[in-house]
Ligand binder design. Structure first.
Ligand SMILES: Nc1ncnc2c1ncn2[C@@H]1O[C@H](COP(=O)(O)OP(=O)(O)OP(=O)(O)O)[C@@H](O)[C@H]1O
Length: 229
């Protein structure tokens, strides 16, 4: 996945409102370019529009203002806070499926899925049905599935809210390595640990009124001296 030099999502002057009059804007004039090798933290108070913006980035919600362009984004994977799975299917089946869909033999798909489960600390749950997983386990499973499906654009809602410190750190490491392998990763979060583990910050409070527009394009929260392709 290292050859997606053109992969990016650009948002230009994007604003959104669910109010028919368009007066009560959640955010406006939001202008940012999202690229691989960065992990974007999307922050703001509850109800400020984080999930709405994830949906706009994914292309599932059309913003009332501005332009969103996606270049070479490939598969979009959205990992919800309370993800849906197939209740009776095993954890490992959920991760093996994308490999099988790409034509791998079931045995190979299963062993690659097991590797990913191991990486996400879920190996011991491999044969549990999805319905018996906790919320945090189900979410990590969906992250593993996002890796298996080679998502070009990974949108994650509160990945660490339900996790202990060590597991949260592991998930943050995975988000980082996913971005380095070529995915665009955007994480909506209230968790300061996750925010600090991200490379860039998009704080919706900076885009809530006219006066503050365009003041915070890609604020760096940590400079990794990374090379953007
Ligand atoms: N389909 C919809 N129709 C009308 N209003 C909506 C719709 N979806 C979201 N909203 C409203 O838009 C606002 C932003 O919602 P959103 O879920 O994007 O916020 P959020 O920042 O993700 O919140 P939280 O941190 O609590 O998850 C909320 O006031 C919500 O009630």
């Amino acid at each position: 996945m290292n050859d997606h030099a053109a992969r990016r999502v650009t948002l230009t002057d994007v604003g959104h409102s669910f109010d028919a009059t368009g007066r009560d804007m959640l955010f406006r004039h939001l202008t940012v370019t999202l690229r691989p090798k960065h992990v974007y933290a999307l922050t703001g108070p509850s109800g400020s529009g984080k999930s709405t913006l994830l949906s706009i980035i994914a292309g599932w919600t059309k913003p009332v203002a501005g332009v969103v362009e996606r270049f070479d984004c490939g598969r979009v994977c959205w990992v919800l806070q309370n993800p849906h799975g197939v209740a009776r299917r095993s954890a490992v089946d959920h991760v093996a499926l994308p490999f099988i869909a790409r034509g791998e033999r079931r045995r190979d798909a299963q062993s690659r899925a097991m590797e990913l489960l191991r990486a996400f600390g879920l190996e011991s749950l491999a044969f549990k049905p999805f319905r018996d997983l906790s919320g945090g386990e189900a979410q990590r499973l969906m992250l593993a599935r996002g890796v298996a499906s080679r998502a070009g654009l990974l949108l994650v809602d509160e990945p660490t809210a339900q996790l202990d410190l060590n597991t949260a750190a592991t998930v943050n490491e995975h988000l980082h390595s996913l971005s380095m392998s070529g995915s665009i990763v955007v994480v909506a979060t209230h968790d300061p640990r996750t925010r600090d583990a991200c490379t860039d910050l998009i704080d919706l409070r900076d885009w809530q009124d006219e006066t503050s527009a365009n003041t915070s394009v890609n604020k760096e929260v940590r400079d990794d001296e990374r090379q953007t392709p």
